[in-house]
Design a protein around this ligand. Structure first.
Ligand code: NAD
Ligand code: WQD
Length: 349
């Protein structure tokens, strides 16, 4: 049996589900595992609707090594794209042990299961948060790394664990993908980010203001050293980001060892610019208030994406306006996210 399938951990989540679509569209054979702690099986149904393909899905926790070994035994896995993890920065400061256990122990067990199954290619979801408060903007991959909260530290530790493994065993290949700020939704309008509870992140919160679920956006600080005083981030469309994973998979075939790549657009936008861009997509002004700074926020996280462009032959292509339009298309058609199933009985949707 030639190992050719891709195992996607966390494939029911926001970035994972969009990546599974791109993989299926490129005729990869895909196996998804997810414990659905921060997602819904409805995402898998919608992937199937969009691609017109069946998704092989297992409700498996990455803390369950035995169950993962079983999946590796059943399918000819060639590489793993590892999205599974907890990702809320604020929550991670309250329950750090849960974050370290889920993200770090879970990843170690996954790597052990891979090794025992002779699967040694991995693409890992890292984050721009590993750059802390960077000195150089746009940020190159060579910037010093570290992290300022437990969530960020899980990413920083896992990067190091994978790097150490590649150093110790020369037959591993890893792409550590440092995402900037993913935003937007699938152009079909039936799949997008599905935050459970009050969104922590800017764009999901703003889109819930637009549909009337939240009164107004609270902007965390306008006294940063930027043109309008609000923080700058690099917002990348989730479909562009998803495509970056396919580019990384292709690169693994070149026996790269362990390599880091920024996945961002290279263009920074302030919070106020994002409010303006999203208001334009919605067609009306959205209410906001300015509050004080949020603990842990840094002034500017903008990628230097040149390495990914050169080595992965990948570049973000979707404009900020189209990113905002896709988010509004998804949010306005699915005001309750994936819980909604308009026009059909729950069992069918
Ligand atoms: P998400 O929460 O939508 O997806 C993560 C998925 O992993 C969820 O479906 C969840 O149910 C699953 N999961 C969590 N713990 C698991 C476990 N123990 N076993 C099996 N499944 C588990 O998040 P996302 O935004 O799609 O992020 C995907 C990855 O990218 C995460 O690792 C995240 O830390 C990283 N990342 C996200 C962002 C962002 O802003 N969204 C930025 C940088 C990095
Ligand atoms: C963006 C800007 C806020 C919400 C986080 C994680 C990072 C990565 C992406 C997972 C900031 C401001 C936000 C709000 C606001 N996640 N804001 N009002 O903080 O850049 O990154 O998500 O890996 O690790 O730290 O994203 O969307 O939370 O904030 O004013 O209600 O919007 O202060 O300037 P962030 P974000």
């Amino acid at each position: 049996m030639i190992a050719s399938s891709i195992l996607v951990t966390g494939g029911a989540g926001y970035i994972g589900s969009h990546t599974v679509i791109e993989l299926l569209n490129q005729d990869y054979s895909v196996v998804v595992i997810d414990n659905l702690t921060n997602s819904s099986y409805e995402a898998i149904r919608r992937i199937e609707k969009i691609t017109n393909k069946k998704v092989i899905f297992y409700d498996v926790d990455i803390l369950d090594k035995k169950a993962m070994l079983e999946v590796f035994k059943r399918h000819p896995i060639w590489a793993v794209i590892h999205f599974a993890g907890l990702k809320a920065v604020g929550e991670s400061t309250k329950i750090p042990l849960d974050y370290y256990h889920n993200n770090i122990t879970g990843t170690i067990l996954l790597l052990q299961a891979m090794k025992e199954s002779n699967v040694k290619n991995i693409v890992f979801s890292s984050s721009a948060t590993v750059y802390g408060d960077p000195k150089t903007i746009p940020i190159p991959e060579t910037s010093p790394t570290g992290a300022t909260n437990p969530y960020g530290r899980t990413k920083h530790f896992i990067e190091n664990i994978i790097r150490d493994l590649c150093t110790a065993e020369g037959d591993w290949n890893a792409a550590l993908l440092r995402y900037f700020n993913p935003a937007g939704a699938h152009p079909s309008g039936i799949l997008g980010e599905n935050p459970l509870g009050v969104p922590n992140n800017l764009m999901p919160f703003l889109s819930q203001v637009a549909i009337g679920k939240r009164d107004k956006l609270a902007i965390f600080g306008n006294d940063y050293p930027t043109k309008d005083g609000t923080c700058i981030r690099d917002y990348i469309h989730v479909v562009d980001l998803a495509k970056g994973h396919l580019a990384a998979l292709r690169k693994l075939k070149e026996d790269i060892g362990c390599v880091e790549y920024n996945l961002g657009t290279g263009k920074g936008s302030t919070v106020l610019e994002m409010v303006a861009a999203f208001s334009k997509a919605v067609g009306r002004d959205l209410p906001y208030v300015i509050l004080g700074r949020r603990a842990g926020d840094v002034t500017n996280l903008t990628a230097n994406p040149a390495k990914a462009e050169k080595e992965l032959n990948w570049k973000a292509e979707i404009s900020l306006d189209d990113t905002c339009a896709s988010l509004w298309n998804w949010q306005s058609k699915n005001p309750n996210g994936l819980e909604d199933c308009p026009g059909s009985a729950p069992a069918e949707c």
